[in-house]
Write a protein that binds this ligand. Sequence first.
Ligand code: UDP
Ligand code: MG
Length: 344
Amino acid sequence: MAEGVSESARRAHPLISIVVPCFNEEQSIAALHGELTRVLATRPEVDCEFVFVDDGSTDGTARALDDLVGADPRVTVVTLSRNFGHQPAVGAGLARASGDAVIVCDADLQDPPEIMPEMIDRWRDGADVVYAVRSSRQGSALRRAAYHVFYRILNSVSELDIPADCGDFGLMDRRVVDAINGLPERNRFVRGLRAWVGYEQTALAYHRPERLLGTSKYSFGRLLRLALDGIFDFSTKPLTLIFVLGLVSSVLSLAGFAFFLAHRVIGFKVLGHTPEEVPGITSVVLAVFFFGGVQLLATGVLGEYVGRIYREVKRRPSFIVKAVNGRQVGRDVGLPRQSALAGE
Ligand code: UDP
Ligand code: MG
């Protein structure tokens, strides 16, 4: 890629794409579009395009997006063939966005558009990734605690530094987006891949407000899935951990076996007792339960990886595009571009 003068010229008068995944967001869309337009008007030298991804919504989202397409030529609506989930929807938006930089944000105004100009400024100053970090978060204490614990666990097991307390809200330079689009994997934990890609990364703190319109699409189960993606897609440490656990318990049981064997043969006493005198059924049952549990857990961890391998080898796309701006699309599925894979 050409650097230097052309690079700074590109960043001076850029096209910025705003990617918005939408699942049943009929209440928020018009408000979000209004807010985006207002805020981005403060940077008149910046051209914008809006890529809304309709992730199989079943409410009036499609109609609300149609209205936007009619009213604003900068709007593109990518309609997926069903609900694929938040991360695939972001992937679909990234695949479609053509800007020099791409900003990903939620449809619900929880990612405040007011800080986008600041993101753009940081990018112009040379940052390739500007990720928004929640300096404070609203919502129930339980949810906040769960997020807190998740990011701490993620960072302690993950083999790369995924910034804590940031979602997908952030700006990525074109080369970062190209790198992510070109990755061969199907299951995409966007904020992890964004950290993995590298380049100049910088954080921007903001206050995350409560969702004003509509309801959160993340149930506890979906959040857990996302958390597991974050951990298992970016680390094989759980495998090491169960290996160490298995090793420790094998060594312990070998030592126990040696002890009982020696006792049978030599018949010594420990602290004035022989092992037979000690009523041991409780400890035996507990040990059986404990190691049964450890083995199931270990099998479960293996299962997570096997499941992921299975999903990846099938090479199914992570999303299917049904229509763009209402026009049906034939074969524009979410396959990574082979040229990008080959590093061209
Ligand atoms: N979303 C989506 N597909 C889904 C679930 C969510 O495109 O299956 C979108 C949703 O419309 C929103 C964003 O992803 O724009 C984040 O979802 P949400 O605001 O419900 O998550 P939260 O902010 O509560 O974590
Ligand atoms: Mg939200």
